[in-house]
Write a protein that binds this ligand. Structure first.
Ligand SMILES: *[C@@H]1O[C@H](CO)[C@@H](O)[C@H](O)[C@H]1NC(C)=O
Length: 264
């Protein structure tokens, strides 16, 4: 597996309306739904409890049981192209994002393609993002808070330490010496290693909006992201439609479990 690939992305789209009072109809077609859009990164088809009982995913199981399961779909094979399509609805050949975005190149989601967040903002939505972007950061204008999101907590690149939120160079070194990788994988690994010789791959990649954020240092990213998402929902005015995009980091490499799950 190369360091940034998304073998399969599972998307859970939850739509719900919050009735304003008991006198209102339960489902109002005049009020836009709140949307919570969760992406599980690198989660394979057989990595969920309803396909494989050895995998314990109680929360996903219950969402799937009360929702709609799409069991066969076509997706882009890797991370950046998938996210590109989720955000813009465009195939990657339009945006030149066919490949995983390498941290050392100035690639980005072109501004001429509006994101779903920009479109929903035009419809009056409050828009928030929590998690992994991987659609460009070489200029602030390509980052989430400039691409339609009112707020952002998370990281710009493809992978990082789940606890300390910095790029993990030793992992790439291990992969390059022990794993057979594609020529593209080699290009990626070599560019990481090249950056490391300049001391550039171990840096922190974690921000709240555009501010470098250290308050979640030591907090497992799944928990940091879930806490922020809960805070957004709790503080949200239910009269305003909410779009909350949560592309979690787990279970993407580096494979690090949370301490609370270690007994599993
Ligand atoms: C990020 O932006 C949101 C929305 O404007 C704001 O509520 C939040 O306080 C900001 N966070 C920081 C750390 O500035």
């Amino acid at each position: 597996m190369d360091v940034c690939s998304v073998a399969q992305v599972i998307v859970v789209l939850v739509l719900y309306t919050l009735p304003l009072s008991t006198a209102q109809p339960r489902l109002s077609i005049t009020q836009p739904p709140h949307i919570v859009f969760i992406v599980a990164d690198d989660l394979g088809w057989n990595d969920v409890g309803w396909h494989n009982p050895e995998v314990l995913t109680p929360n996903l199981n219950s969402l799937a049981a009360s929702g709609i399961k799409l069991e066969a779909s076509y997706v882009q094979p890797t991370c950046t192209p998938s996210r590109n399509s989720l955000m813009t609805g465009m195939f990657p050949y339009h945006t030149e994002l066919q490949q995983v975005m390498d941290p050392s190149t100035p690639t980005f989601l072109p501004l001429k393609y509006p994101t779903i967040a920009e479109k929903l903002k035009q419809l009056g939505y409050s828009t928030h993002m929590v998690g992994k972007w991987h659609l460009g950061y070489c200029n602030e204008k390509y980052t989430p808070v400039r691409r339609g999101f009112d707020s952002f907590l998370g990281f710009y690149m493809g992978s990082q330490c789940h606890y300390f939120h910095h790029k993990t160079a030793p992992l790439e070194e291990k992969i390059s010496s022990s794993t057979k990788v594609s020529s593209f994988g080699h290009v990626l690994i070599n560019s990481f290693l090249g950056l490391r010789t300049q001391g550039l791959t171990q840096g922190r990649d974690f921000r709240f909006n555009t501010t470098v954020w250290t308050k979640t240092e030591g907090v497992y990213s799944t928990h940091a992201f879930a806490n922020r998402a809960i805070e957004i929902i709790k503080r949200h005015d239910p009269d305003v439609p909410l779009f909350l995009y949560i592309p979690f980091q787990a279970p993407h490499s580096p494979l690090q479990v949370s301490v609370s799950n270690t007994p599993l």
